[in-house]
Design a protein around this ligand. Structure first.
Ligand code: FES
Length: 185
């Protein structure tokens, strides 16, 4: 290579390296805003009247909220789903509370469904099964892939001005595939 060509090649390489250094923070910023899920979570929602739930019958509800990323804000989007299970009859409303679970499977994040066969939950992806109290359910010899029980959400009965009890849930998301429950940042 001639000396002149070599110098041109070196100056181009240096120019490319400097350009890459200058562009890197911008690329990192764009990548982080595109790849991060900044939709609303850790949000309290009033879901349903307590008296409209039947004891021992799970019902699924959608959680609505604002979904946003670096460039868009979309109001009133479904940001999650919860299963509510009212405790069996025979106790006072205070004791006959409601248990709330996120519908996201703790194995790999599919949507857990109510079993058509019995009082349990099942995940359609890898057949993880759960009791109505959220604990893993062993079904025969079939392996239950879930690393933990269904993720329970903070849930409270709140009286309105008319004296009706409402179920309020704090919606959260959790890291999948871990044996312990870790809230997603
Ligand atoms: S994602 Fe639910 S069992 Fe795998």
């Amino acid at each position: 290579m001639q000396r002149r060509n070599f110098l041109i090649w070196v100056s181009r390489m240096l120019g490319s390296a400097v350009a890459a250094l200058v562009a890197l923070p911008g690329i990192q910023y764009v990548w982080s805003t595109l790849s991060s899920d900044t939709s609303v979570s850790n949000t309290r929602r009033r879901i349903v009247r307590w008296k409209d739930l039947r004891p021992g019958e799970p019902v699924q509800f959608s959680i609505y909220g604002e979904r946003r990323d670096a460039w868009h804000i979309e109001p009133q989007q479904v940001i999650g789903r919860v299963w509510l299970v009212r405790q069996p009859e025979g106790t006072s409303p205070a004791a006959q509370g409601v248990t709330a679970f996120t519908s996201i499977c703790p194995h790999m994040g599919c949507q857990v469904q109510k079993s058509a066969a019995d009082a349990s939950f099942v995940c359609p992806c890898h057949r993880a099964a759960f009791k109505l109290d959220g604990n893993p359910l062993q079904q025969g010899a079939e392996r239950n892939h879930t690393p933990r029980g269904l993720d329970q959400l903070p849930c409270e009965l709140v009286k309105d001005d008319a004296g009706d009890l409402w179920v309020e849930v704090e919606y959260q998301r959790f890291e999948p595939s871990l044996t312990r429950k870790v809230i997603k940042a």
